[in-house]
Design a protein around this ligand. Structure first.
Ligand SMILES: [Zn+2]
Length: 545
């Protein structure tokens, strides 16, 4: 049975496929052309004009996100920017510490059990320079209820005095990552997972829902509402246990789940520590892939974040902060990469700072002898401070770049003023340089670090505008066409799925997005204001809700 979808405008991102209608059968695109021609060619086909006032594009693809973006919403959002939850409700940003306290207090008043822990997320202290959120602030919300506030980076949390008393975090606590005041008392900040685990049940009840069927379900709704038909879970967990892999299969293979998901394994989150064993494990998992669920990717994280001053940089941070952290010892990296590349698994490596990129390129060259096997698609993730000379090496090694373009809006002013200064801020996420070097490009949200939203990411890459209105590095702006390519075919390529998704092409899966305005008409400035009406996944319709 063939269905012909009509649209006010159709942008296929495939020069060989033009027209105003798409024919779909058995979940695949069978023809693209003018409605009359398609009707003639498919007698008896049903014409579905539900999108006749909308603009159809290939479904968007996100090549750097984390499924915990869904589960986060089982807790209270206290981030700085407005954010839309999985049910479509917009939560206004908390732009002062008082606003954070007010939102926590309102939630406290609405809770029945006075001793139940309160969990919140999204706080980013970089927006509150000069004042550090500490336990005293949270004690204004409650002196009896344990309160745990996860920072946006997921590397820090702030807790109140009631929580510290309950869990025995005191002046005598000698653990690393528990800063103290002048009198020797803990201030309420818990840094990195080992310290956060001191928060006991509160921490666990914050973390457990993040990788649950409900959390993944919420991730699917966020993806659909953003117009994504495929998203990655880029190494949020380990695929070593059958439990986690089985949970992914149960949730994503359900026909009602509205997206395809590529799930990467991160050896840092559990499972075998021997990388030969990791490669064998993920090679086996790859065989368990389905139409909607893909295994077979491995992710490593080399350094931290720029705004957290934990990214590794060759030139110091401008405000004198120490250089960042290595999360993989550089000398060991080649030994980690070798088994993964030998097994022909898809390898994505997080490198925010340029020193991390140097280490990756050296290790990759050592493993491959500078001549990688064909079509490896190894991707430098974030790639934010990468220099021109490094882009030339990335091109020579046949690697891809996935840039964190959302940074311009969320932290561009902070990078300009506080972290790396105007010169490096202007060449961050240098998308035009990536394309000039013929490097396969995508751009991403890193959700939950910033919200899923390919049109917002595309807007950032096409405008490079900060929250205060500065434009950083105007020469690196993408055109609308380039930005849309990066969030469709560009991302699909890096997930090794471009042969089946990423453009509206005959033979590919019928994955589309319906928009309420035409990106080419509204232009670069209007991209983020375009509304998503719904998606089509393998021919099935999923309305935004
Ligand atoms: Zn990430």
């Amino acid at each position: 049975m063939t269905t012909i979808l009509t649209a006010a405008a159709l942008h296929t991102l495939d020069p060989a496929a033009t027209g105003d209608a798409v024919a779909i059968a058995d979940g695949r695109i069978t023809a693209v052309g003018q409605l009359d021609d398609l009707r003639d060619a498919h007698p008896g086909a049903e014409v579905d004009d539900r999108y006749c006032e909308q603009v159809l594009l290939p479904g968007f693809v996100e090549a750097h996100s984390h499924s915990m973006a869904g589960g986060m919403w089982s807790n209270l959002y206290v981030g700085y920017f407005d954010n839309r939850d999985p049910d479509g409700e917009v939560w206004a940003g908390c732009t002062t510490i008082d606003a954070v306290i007010d939102r926590l207090s309102a939630a406290d008043a609405a809770m029945d059990d006075p001793l139940a822990p309160m969990l919140a997320w999204g706080l980013d202290p970089i927006y509150f320079p000069g004042e550090r959120l500490v336990a005293d602030h949270l004690d204004r919300v409650s002196t009896t209820r344990p309160i745990f506030v996860f920072h946006a980076s997921l590397h820090l949390a702030t807790v109140n005095t009631a929580l510290m008393e309950k869990e025995g975090i005191t002046a005598d606590t000698m653990a690393e990552g528990v800063p103290k005041d002048g009198a020797g008392n803990p201030i309420g900040e818990l840094q990195e997972p080992a310290a956060m685990r001191l928060a006991g049940d509160s921490f666990m009840s914050m973390v457990m829902p993040l990788m649950s069927p409900e959390g993944i379900g919420a991730f699917g709704r966020l993806a659909r509402n953003a117009g994504l038909t495929t998203a990655v879970d880029l190494g949020s967990g380990s695929l070593a246990g059958d439990g986690m892999a089985g949970m992914w299969q149960q949730v994503v293979n359900d026909p009602a789940f509205p997206a395809r998901v590529s799930v990467f394994h991160n050896p840092g989150h559990g499972g075998p520590s021997d990388l030969d064993d990791v490669a064998a494990l993920i090679g086996r998992r790859r065989e368990e892939s389905s139409e909607k669920l893909r295994f077979g990717g491995v992710k490593f994280v080399l350094d931290g974040s720029i705004q957290g001053y934990t990214a590794r940089v060759t030139e110091p941070y401008v405000n004198g902060k120490d250089n960042g952290l290595w999360l993989v010892p550089p000398a060991q990296l080649a030994d980690w990469l070798r088994p993964v590349l030998d097994a022909r698994l898809l390898l994505h490596v997080h490198c925010n700072g340029d020193q991390a990129v140097d280490v990756l390129l050296d290790a990759f060259s050592e493993v491959t002898g500078g001549a990688p096997y064909d079509d490896h698609r190894t991707t430098v993730q974030h790639c934010q401070l990468t220099r021109d000379d490094q882009y030339r090496r990335i091109a020579e090694l046949g690697m891809c770049a996935n840039l964190f373009s959302n940074h311009f809006w969320y932290w561009g002013d902070q990078h300009h003023d506080l972290t790396v200064g105007p010169e490096r801020a202007a060449r961050m996420n240098a998308a035009a340089t990536v394309l000039a070097n013929d490097i396969p490009l995508s751009i991403h949200s890193d959700a939950s670090v910033t919200p899923l939203g390919p049109l917002h990411v595309a807007w950032c890459a096409a405008n490079r505008q900060t929250a205060s209105g500065r434009v950083l590095g105007p020469d690196e702006r993408l055109t609308v066409e380039q930005a849309l390519h990066a969030v469709t075919l560009g991302a699909a390529y890096q997930l090794r799925m471009d042969d089946e998704i990423g453009s509206i092409s005959v033979g590919k899966r019928a994955d589309l997005v319906a928009l309420d305005a035409d990106p080419y008409e509204v232009g670069a400035a209007g991209l983020r204001d375009i509304g998503v009406v719904g998606t089509v996944l393998g021919g099935d319709h999923h309305a935004v809700g």
